[in-house]
Design a protein around this ligand. Structure first.
Ligand SMILES: *Cc1c(COP(=O)(O)O)cnc(C)c1O
Length: 426
């Protein structure tokens, strides 16, 4: 290559803007010094970060490869074409759009392609693991559409497919959406497809959380069943922060138009290029091994927490995340989040299905394995993480003994991550 890379120059940042340079270094320290158990996060590779920190960020490229509204797009076109080809190949999809800026933007475009304001959509209840874009009143989806929600069964905590069918027959939705942010089990895409066919609805899968497990062939793919699959690229998939849409060829035009010009302007070409890099990474046997390890690790963590007296919602997990009911140990999700944070374990409080507690003080936490698995943790590490997390959750923060215990756990966490560090120093 004749042109040397002209990219992230951290010395320049430190000289020009020490305040922001300090933030960048502090965040790296935070990642290196603790355990990231947020189920929607991951640790991207240096190759993805290099594409993100490139001059592709400068280019205006409204439109699609070969059909742009600006000149000078010949070079960035190649990145998008490669990215689309890799994505279609990886997921066996007839069409792919890599331009959505985020998962929420991908969902906005998918709704726009298939529904008009006032139409009915059927999706999972936010309180039971659905997403804000699945019909919440504070989101466009709940304000512009008549959103009907399905739930999980109270006994099994699994999606109630009978109820989905009954609601679909009663409300005749334009779109039926499967996919969630806090559902630890596999989703029966075939059952959803049959229900959608019966009522003439579009079947949309919001695979934001688990698309990486699909890429790694660790769980079944929704692509053969869905009209459209929306996803993020930054969760288990481990690419740059962003969104994407996969679909059948018949919907390609409507979806592309719904992304641009309907809901977005110029694509983030540095991010599109970084998505292409992530697709290449996700096509390897190493990534497949990673995806399988992610699931094994989430299962090991859930088991370890159960051994500590907590309850895994639905009895466990088939995916990268577990939802943990803390009522058996008498701690709220908010307390657990704060205590874990003090012990350098980052996770989020989360409502559990049929949670009797208010949303800001829910009964559970959500834990995920994508980041720690990227660091190289395996089942035995997860068992240890579970024991440390349980000690933190049960520590009476604010008392001398509780605070000492949290400091103790924080030290054990430091020792653990030193064995398998995030972003290891060269
Ligand atoms: C994360 C997530 C989204 C939104 O992704 P953003 O990139 O944060 O906009 C949408 N749907 C589901 C199910 C998600 O889990």
């Amino acid at each position: 290559m004749s042109t040397p890379f002209w990219g992230p120059d951290f010395d320049a940042l430190q000289q020009q803007d020490p305040e922001i340079a300090g933030v960048v270094l502090n965040e790296l320290d935070r990642l290196r010094g603790g355990l990231q158990l947020i189920a929607s996060e991951n640790l991207t590779s240096p190759a993805v970060l290099a594409a993100l920190g490139s001059t592709l960020s400068n280019k205006y490229a409204e439109g699609y490869p070969g059909r742009r509204y600006y000149g000078g797009c010949q070079v960035v076109d190649v990145a998008e074409e490669i990215g689309i080809a890799r994505t279609k190949e990886l997921f066996g999809a007839e069409h792919a759009n890599l331009q959505p800026h985020s998962g929420a933007s991908a969902n906005l475009a998918a709704y726009a392609a298939f529904a008009k304001p006032g139409d009915t959509v059927l999706a999972m209840d936010l309180k039971q693991g659905g997403h804000l874009t699945h019909g919440s009143k504070v989101n466009f989806s709940g304000q512009w559409f008549n959103a009907v929600s399905y739930t999980v069964r109270e006994d099994s905590e699994l999606i109630d497919y009978d109820q989905v069918r009954d609601l679909a027959r009663e409300h005749r939705p334009k779109i039926i959406i499967a996919g969630a942010t806090a559902y630890p089990r596999l989703i029966d895409f075939k059952a959803f497809r049959e229900i959608a066919d019966e009522v003439g609805a579009i079947f949309m899968v919001d695979a934001a959380h688990f698309i990486g497990l699909v890429a790694g062939q660790a769980i079944p793919s929704p692509v053969p069943y869905a009209d459209v699959v929306t996803a993020t690229t930054h969760k288990v998939l481990r690419g740059p922060r962003g969104g994407m849409i996969l679909s059948r060829a018949e919907h390609a035009k409507a979806l592309d138009k719904a992304v641009f010009p309907f809901s977005q302007g110029g694509p983030l070409m540095h991010s599109v290029a970084a998505k292409a890099v992530a697709m290449k990474e996700a096509s390897t046997p190493e990534y497949q091994a990673y995806a399988n390890q992610v699931i094994a690790n989430a299962q090991a963590l859930a088991k370890s927490l159960e051994a500590e007296g907590m309850r895994a919602v639905s009895g466990g997990t088939d995916t990268h995340l577990a939802l943990i009911d803390l009522r058996p140990v008498g701690v709220t999700g908010s307390e657990a989040e704060a205590r874990s944070d003090a012990a350098r374990i980052t996770l989020n409080k989360n409502a559990i299905p049929y949670d009797p507690a208010p949303p800001m003080k829910p009964s559970g936490i959500r834990v995920g394995s994508p980041s720690v698995t990227t660091q190289g943790m395996v089942e035995a590490d997860m068992a240890e993480i579970g024991r440390l997390l349980a000690r933190a959750v049960k520590a009476a923060q604010g008392t001398a003994a509780g605070d000492a215990e949290l400091a103790d756990v924080a030290e054990a966490v430091s020792a653990l991550v030193a064995r398998a560090p995030a972003y290891p120093r060269p």
